[in-house]
Write a protein that binds this ligand. Structure first.
Ligand SMILES: *Cc1c(COP(=O)(O)O)cnc(C)c1O
Length: 388
C-alpha cells in the first residue's frame, strides 16, 4: 500500500500552516521581483545589505576565475583551498579566538559541533526557543536532552543542578531568530560555570548586527574564550554570503576536524564563496554606518508601531516581529500587506509555539526611512481592515 501523503498535507492546509515558496528574480534588496511582481520586502536576513554589494560580487567573480566553481572535495581530502584557510584565519582574529573552522551551512555546523562533543551519558541544555538546527543537533547527539524556559537562568540552573551527566553543554541562540531578543549570556554563563558546564552560543543573527564592529553578542557581553568556549556564527545572514563557522580553542577546532561528521563527509563550500566572504567581513567590521542606519530604522519602525497600537517584542535588533496570535490571522495580514506591495512573512507553528504566530519584519541597512514609512502605512490599513 502506498503512503498516505495527502492527508497530512490537507491537515496542514486546514490549519493555515501550509508553506509555499515564492520565486525571486534578481538580487536580494528591498525592492524585489517576487512571483513576477515588484514588492517591497521586509523578510531577508541580509541585515547589512552585503548580499548584493558590488565589491562582494567582484571578489566572488574574480575568485571563480581563479579557483573555478566547485570545492571539488571535502576539506580533509583536497577541497580545503587557500581562500577557505585565509577566511578561517580572519574569522579567528575577528572573534578574538585562536582558531575558526568553516562549515557549509549553519545547520551543519550545529549538527557537527554538538554531536562531536556529546554522546550517551552526556547532557545538553537548550533554551526552548533555540533554532531548529540546535534542537535537531541535540537529538542526533544521543545526549540527554533538556530544554529550559526561554532566557531563564533560574530554570537552567535548576536543570543543571539535578544533572549527573558526564559532560554538560549549555546551548543558546545569541539573538533569537524569531523574536529578535538577546539571551542573558552573563547569567546563563554564571549558571553553567557553577555546574561545570560548557557554553555554546549560536550567533547567526548577532554577527554584523550587534557588538563593536559587528562582533556580535560575545562582544556585547565581553565574553572571551573562557566564558564562551564555543562560538558559532553563520555567513548567510549579516555577512550576506553563505556558510558558517565555529570559533574556539585549537583543541576544539581539532576535535571538530577529527570528529564532526557534517564537517568531514561533505564537499567544502565553493572557494569563491569564501573569497566573497573575506570582502564582506572587511565591509561588515569597518562600515559602522550600516549598523547606525539600522538603529535609526529600528527606532522609526518601533515608534510607528507603538502609535498604531501593535504588539512588538522586546528587541533592538533588525528582527522586529509583530505579535498576532493565530496562524490564520497572521496569514490574512501577510496577504493583505502583499496586496499592497509589501512582503512580510507570517511565521507560524511549528517554527514558533502555538498561538504565537507573528509577522516577522526584518530590517536591512539597505532600506530607507521612506521604506519603513510605507510599511507603517500599509500596516495601518491592514490593522484597520482586520480589526476584531
Ligand atoms: C539561520 C540559522 C541557522 C542555520 O544557518 P544556515 O547557514 O542558514 O544553515 C542556525 N542557527 C540560527 C540561529 C539561525 O538563525
Amino acid at each position: 500500500m502506498a503512503f498516505d501523503l495527502e492527508s497530512a498535507l490537507q491537515e496542514r492546509r486546514a490549519k493555515s500552516l501550509y508553506r509555499r515558496r515564492r520565486t525571486v528574480d534578481g538580487p536580494q534588496k528591498p525592492q524585489m521581483i517576487v512571483d513576477g511582481k515588484e514588492q517591497l520586502a521586509f523578510c531577508s536576513n541580509d541585515y547589512l545589505g552585503l548580499a548584493n554589494h558590488p565589491e562582494v560580487i567582484k571578489s566572488f567573480q574574480q575568485a571563480a576565475s581563479k579557483y573555478g566553481v566547485g570545492g571539488g572535495a571535502s576539506h580533509l581530502i583536497i577541497g580545503h583551498s587557500r581562500a577557505h584557510h585565509q577566511l578561517e584565519e580572519e574569522l579567528a582574529e575577528f572573534t578574538g579566538r585562536p582558531r575558526a573552522l568553516l562549515f557549509s551551512t549553519g545547520y551543519m555546523a550545529n549538527l557537527g559541533v554538538i554531536s562531536a562533543l556529546l554522546g550517551r551519558g552526556d547532557a545538553v541544555f537548550q533554551d526552548r526557543l533555540n533554532h531548529a538546527s540546535l534542537l535537531d543537533a541535540g537529538q542526533l547527539s544521543g545526549a540527554r536532552f533538556q530544554r529550559y524556559l526561554h532566557c531563564d537562568p533560574a530554570s537552567l540552573e535548576q536543570k543543571l543542578q539535578r544533572s549527573e551527566a558526564h559532560r554538560k553543554l549549555v546551548v543558546t541562540d545569541g539573538v533569537f531568530s524569531m523574536d529578535g531578543n538577546i539571551a542573558p549570556l552573563k547569567e546563563l554563563t554564571a549558571a553553567a560555570s557553577k555546574h561545570d558546564a560548557w557554553m555554546m552560543v549560536d550567533d547567526a543573527h548577532g554577527f554584523g548586527a550587534v557588538g563593536q564592529g559587528g562582533r556580535g553578542v560575545a562582544d556585547m557581553f565581553d565574553m572571551g574564550i573562557r566564558e564562551l568556549p564555543i562560538l558559532m556564527g553563520t555567513l548567510g545572514k549579516g555577512f550576506g554570503t553563505a556558510g558558517a563557522f565555529v570559533a574556539g580553542s585549537d583543541a576544539l577546532i581539532e576535535t571538530l576536524v577529527q570528529f564532526a561528521r557534517s564537517y568531514i563527509y561533505t564537499t567544502s563550500m565553493p572557494p569563491a564563496v569564501a573569497e566573497a566572504t573575506r570582502t564582506s567581513l572587511r565591509l561588515l567590521k569597518t562600515e559602522d554606518w550600516r549598523r547606525e542606519k539600522l538603529q535609526t530604522l529600528i527606532q522609526r519602525f518601533r515608534s510607528g508601531c507603538e502609535q498604531l497600537g501593535l504588539e512588538l517584542m522586546d528587541s533592538n535588533t533588525p528582527i522586529q516581529p509583530i505579535m498576532v496570535g493565530s496562524a490564520e490571522k497572521s496569514l490574512t495580514m501577510s496577504e493583505a500587506l502583499e496586496a499592497q506591495g509589501i512582503l512580510v512573512t507570517a511565521i507560524r507553528p511549528p517554527t514558533v509555539p502555538k498561538d504565537s504566530s507573528r509577522l516577522r519584519v526584518t530590517l536591512s541597512a539597505s532600506h530607507t526611512e521612506e521604506d519603513v514609512d510605507r510599511l507603517l502605512s500599509a500596516l495601518e490599513k491592514t490593522v484597520r481592515e482586520n480589526q476584531g
